[in-house]
Ligand binder design. Structure first.
Ligand code: SAH
Length: 516
């Protein structure tokens, strides 16, 4: 056993949107050997942990008993005593109704060093996403966070209701859905104006976010009329600031708000893609179908690097190709001067952008971002020249075939595409049962791999149109059609931003003006 006691870091994950995690929180997770997480935590945050880290669920699941607090406390001490770097990841902020302090006190009692990384609490984060500012100079200078766990008057209820009724400001009730009617009635009985605005915000900062608003007198009726979309986790917010919501409800007006979109791009490319979708209001599920790996045998790449003076053109067909080739160049003790005499071609803007990160400007980026377009654009320029194609170990052969008759073409694999063996159970479950609106398809290989990894029931949801498909290009769409799938949105410009535009326009034309 390791004699060095590990550290436990209590990390607040923020509510809903995984982007609300703090930078310090992300860094702690990236170094964790064990992550003990709650039911309110977005599973995507677990992807930030190293692949070998243990991920331990310690929350309550519908229909099952929660893991008792004693057990969680004991588990944290046990992992720390094994010398592990432990992250205890909790929804929102660890110290706001999260029993974080109890866990910290337990760690102190057992001599385990700990740190706390605060998080955005739901009372601030979910309310913002719902368009409710918890304070406003014209309305209130005070805000109270209160638990709504117990019904007013219950034996377990420790709230001083008469004092709360006199509170001059916004009141945010956590765990506020179950007893919202009793809470509103109690406040009215104790003298709060029954026309005070009040709202329920549920699943804040997620695709399932719903907000219903009324007054203390009307809210209960509004909630029951709204039906099953109103569910926990939810906040009850009481105060004049609630009335400011309509114009401030920025999140609910984003073009992809309420949509859950599956991203199938390789790990490493999926995070920026997810961020793009999230900025448009979507909730993202990441389902990597292929992985990008270094090439098994770098011999041919090294050889080509040593013979760079013999080439006239260097052609890249992906950003991954750029990164793997240029990193290898550096690893071989060379630098960008080795490319000084070469003309550079990039298949599309993303590849050109990858070159730009190395301060290199592509001499050629064709109008159409496919191999055919690149071959056509290159043809008049490379006649009799020596062309080096840096590409994946597998992929389309179009370039080599079209250019070989006119130029000396040498093709070298600079990275490897490996199929993912399986989708994670969480992702598969989401695709079979959960709310999923779209899957994005960004290449034929990814499309084929996704088809192979899906279960029958997930495939059925695609075939029946319950889950729609968005494709990056006609080549990818054709691959999907060959598998019996139909495409609901296709990018006009065959790039990731083009795909985003296609998704937004499909959604905008579909959404009725008053849909939520
Ligand atoms: N530590 C957490 C709160 C845990 S108590 C925090 O700081 O946010 C659980 C309660 O938090 C839920 O019952 C609900 O009232 C609130 N909550 C958590 N996530 C929420 C979300 N995404 N939207 C609305 N309320 C949320």
């Amino acid at each position: 056993m390791n004699t060095q006691v590990g550290t436990v870091t209590l990390v607040g994950a923020g509510p809903g949107d995984p982007g609300l995690l703090t930078q310090a929180g992300a860094e702690a997770i990236a170094r964790a050997e064990v992550v003990v997480y709650d039911h309110l935590v977005q599973l995507r945050l677990l992807d930030l942990a190293p692949a070998h880290a243990d991920r331990v669920f310690a929350g309550k699941q519908r229909g099952r008993c929660p893991v008792p607090q004693d057990e969680i406390n004991a588990m944290l001490v046990r992992f720390a005593r094994e010398g592990k770097a432990v992250v205890r990841l909790k929804g929102g902020d660890p110290y706001v109704f999260g029993r974080g302090a109890e866990e910290a006190e337990h760690l102190i009692a057992h001599g385990v060093p700990f740190r706390v990384i605060p998080g955005v609490t739901a009372g601030v984060g979910a309310t913002s996403y719902a368009g409710i500012p918890v304070t406003h100079r014209d309305d209130t200078s005070a805000v109270a966070f209160v638990t709504g766990h117990n019904e007013p008057g219950d034996p377990g209820d420790r709230i001083d209701w008469p004092a709360l009724a006199r509170f001059p400001g916004t009141i945010v009730f956590y765990m506020g859905l179950r007893h919202h009617a009793a809470i509103c009635a109690t406040l009215i009985r104790l003298g709060v104006d029954s026309s005070t605005p009040a709202a329920i915000v549920c699943n804040g900062a997620t695709a399932a976010q719903r907000t219903v608003a009324g007054t203390l007198a009307t809210l209960a009726g509004v909630v029951s009329a709204a039906g099953p979309g109103i569910a926990s986790p939810a906040l009850l917010v009481v105060g004049r600031v609630v009335a400011r919501r309509e114009p401030l409800a920025w999140f609910e007006r984003l073009p992809l708000f309420g949509r859950t979109i599956v991203v199938t791009r390789p790990i490493g490319e999926s995070d920026p893609s997810a961020a793009d979708l999230e900025a448009l209001g979507a909730e993202v599920v990441i389902a990597p179908t292929v992985r990008i790996l270094p090439i098994d045998d770098p011999g041919p790449m090294d050889d080509a690097i040593d013979r760079l003076p013999a080439f006239d053109w260097l052609v890249f067909t992906s950003g991954n190709g750029v990164r793997h080739f240029l990193d290898r160049l550096e690893a071989r003790g060379r630098d960008l001067r080795a490319l000084g005499h070469l003309k550079l071609a990039a298949i599309g803007p993303a590849t050109a952008e990858a070159l730009a990160r190395y301060r290199l400007r592509a001499d050629l980026v064709p109008e159409s971002f496919r191999s055919e377009g690149l071959a056509e654009a290159l043809a008049p320029l490379v006649s009799g020249k020596r062309v080096l194609l840096a590409r994946a170990d597998r992929g389309r052969m179009v370039l080599q075939e079209q250019l070989s008759p006119i130029a000396h073409v040498e093709q070298i694999p600079v990275y490897r595409n490996a199929d993912a063996d399986a989708l994670t159970p969480d992702v598969l479950d989401r695709l079979e049962r959960g709310p999923v609106d779209w899957i994005t398809l960004t290449s034929s290989a990814i499309t084929a791999r996704l088809h192979a990894l899906l279960s029958d029931s997930a495939r059925k949801r695609i075939e029946t149109g319950a889950i729609r498909l968005a494709s990056i290009s006609p080549v990818t769409s054709e691959a999907a059609r060959r598998l019996g799938w139909s495409i609901d949105a296709e990018a006009t410009e065959h790039t990731w931003p083009g795909l985003l535009r296609a998704l937004v326009s499909a959604e905008t034309s579909r959404k009725s003006p008053n849909s939520d």
